[in-house]
Design a protein around this ligand. Structure first.
Ligand code: FES
Length: 107
């Protein structure tokens, strides 16, 4: 199932944005990252304590996203937690960019 998230024009290169969508009557929060050459979409909530990752700190060089609350670091390619206090990965999604609209594929 394809889920439409937003137009790419709402994201500057190097920036992140939280998008909230209702999917099958369930509210889902996504963190969208625009690195210019690639778009990444992860769940927006940190797996440590439900803090918004889109308010965190992004390294385009290392592809790491640091949670602003307790500084857990996630790999934006795999979602893997790279340091404590988070131990669980954050969900990542396959991104499709079509006519400047960002979609993700949900199973
Ligand atoms: S809420 Fe993200 S590291 Fe604690």
């Amino acid at each position: 199932m394809l889920i439409e998230l937003c137009d790419i024009s709402v994201l500057d290169v190097g920036s992140m944005k939280r998008i909230i969508k209702n999917v099958d009557d369930k509210e889902m929060r996504f963190c969208i990252i625009n690195l210019g050459t690639d778009i990444y979409v992860l769940d927006d909530l940190c797996t440590h304590a439900d803090f918004s990752l889109s308010e965190g700190f992004l390294s385009a060089k290392t592809h790491e996203l640091e949670c602003p609350k307790h500084s857990a670091v996630f790999d934006i390619d795999s979602g893997k937690a790279k340091c404590l206090p988070a131990t669980e990965p954050v969900q990542t999604y396959k991104v499709i960019l079509k006519n400047n609209i960002i979609y993700i594929e949900l199973e």
